[in-house]
Design a protein around this ligand. Sequence first.
Ligand code: HEC
Ligand code: HEC
Length: 613
Amino acid sequence: MVWLGFTADQVARASACALAVSMLASVAGEGRAQPPPAGTAAPVVSYASQGWSAADRDTFYTTSQGSHMMPYAWFKALRRLDVDAPFAADQLQRYGYLRNDGRGNPGGLPVGFVVDGNAPSSQVGMTCAACHTGQLEYQKDGVTHALRLDGAPASADFQQFLTDLTAASRVTLAEPDRFAAFAKAVLGAGSTPAKVAQLKIDFGAWVKQFGDFMDASLPTLPWGPGRLDAFGMIFNRVAARDLGVSDNFKLADAPVSYPFLWNAPRQDHTQWNGGVANGLYIQGIARNTGEVFGVFADFAPRILVPGTVHTPTVIRYKANSADFAGLQTLEEKIATLTPPPWPRDIFGLDDQLAAKGKVLFDANCGACHAEKTSPNLVHAWMTPVKAVGTDPKMALNAERVSDPGLYNGALLPPPAIGARFKSPAQTSDILADSVVGSLLDEAFIPPVITPARLAQSGVWRAIRKDLSDLLPNEKLDDLFGLRLDATADLRALIKARLGNLFHKPATADAGAAYESRVLHGIWATAPYLHNGSVPNLWELLTPAKQRQSSFMVGSRLFDPKNVGYVTDQSPLTNGTFVTDPKNANGNGNGGHEYGTDLAEGDRWAIIEYLKTL
Ligand code: HEC
Ligand code: HEC
């Protein structure tokens, strides 16, 4: 495909290069402390220096991506079952979510919980920050201090939150007194018996679909703090719920650790199994669209033109609540986020030991984790996808197949040409088709493409950003909007960049292979490995058989020696992580035995070096 004389690859390379330059030019952030809110025992929060202003942070914490978990009026009216209080009055801190004392949060929601749309039909949902914001705590002079780590893994227990939300909703529906109080809070002064009856019907329908979804998805061995089976939940949402094929449900029983985000724009692959080619904004928005479909976005694909022997089924993907402009805004924030520097003033650092560690790291770890330029995208880093003997369950589950339902007979996603969906299909293809179809429908289906619309639309902003640095003198609005052949080129370009979406790359090792990434800021991202089965860096450099078989997760108290969080306490319900000695049920802590036979002093040296990255 040739686009204005450039091949798709040349376009891609130049724009990735520009992206990298803009990242390198990002400014250092401020380490401003914020006083604790009056009347709470919250620790004093300061912010790691990561290139963000307070305004950037507020944007990241509160920009909607179109997630529709529950009508906001209902969420506010819902009460806890264990104590008599509104469900979210504690900003969900009992599940490990972080309080948000920033601006742009009138509802007093936790970090990453946002309201989408306007009353009365507004919905509460989650955005990136709920899952991708961390915080470490330490004691100094008898006072607890907290360091906020933007883009770091959350320690939240998402499954317990979903379980309790479901239970509270079910009981509210079933118990007349509770329902009466709920209806009064939702309907206020304008309440009438007819409105109460209608609310009961609407709330009942919501409780049924939400509850059925959770019953079919949540495993009996809970994910625990800091983990979520993202692929499992997304597949269930799209292939089972949105396509209306209940046989496609499978337990989401391969929870993974929340990955960190500050390297994401520079990796040539993301996702633990390397399933998303990365480095361009169009790839970022595709990845994020898949995510928001999993995190409660509405999505109702339908058949536009039924297929025949000669023509494929045509699907319309337009009916979805994804906020593409919000998704793009959020991705642009990530592009300026830098890794948090090791807090040397608090925890100290031995520079000589770190220098020794660098030599050992280059020799023992560099083959997989070194910063190497990607052959696909100049100035993006290679992120090899390697089988290193870690728990295979996540990678295996990602290969699952499903009945494609109404996609039967529609064209398979790129790079397939002409081939159609038939049952069973790769579930990752069902998801990829849903994402690529939604992006193309968003970009090319009227309301007509006007310059104003181009400026607003997230998909167009992604494409424009990928191209504008390469073609600085072109009037992109003219090119994009008004020339039919340009539109065709652009469609092809998008498809070319989104081939094999959600599949591990062709260059990946066979078997259960995971991303082996550049380790900038890795000190701030415990627990380690895709399934969070190794609590700290010292344990990772310990032979697998000697790693802790059981430990506590969910505490934010930092352990600067072993580099991770303390493992002898957890404030959360399901805080005990029991590893699987067979290394297979999703909780295995085997594999990745690199550097484990080095002398103890050498291993500490590598850890000292990792702090400096
Ligand atoms: C409900 C929690 C949740 C939300 C909300 C969420 N993510 Fe994630 N994210 C995850 C999990 C879990 C993974 C790992 C999935 C996997 O690879 O199996 C992930 C993976 C990623 C990755 C891949 C990182 C890597 O190195 O492989 C990126 C980038 C990312 N998310 C960005 C975002 C952005 C941007 C948003 C918002 C638009 C977002 N996420 C919203 C939980 C979440
Ligand atoms: C053969 C390739 C290879 C070598 C050599 C290697 N690693 Fe890894 N590393 C990986 C892969 C693949 C993963 C992801 C495994 C998983 O998540 O299951 C990983 C994961 C990690 C992680 C966890 C990343 C995270 O986000 O949780 C750390 C830390 C790490 N490696 C450090 C090291 C160190 C230190 C060395 C050298 C002593 C080393 N690795 C050697 C391939 C390698």
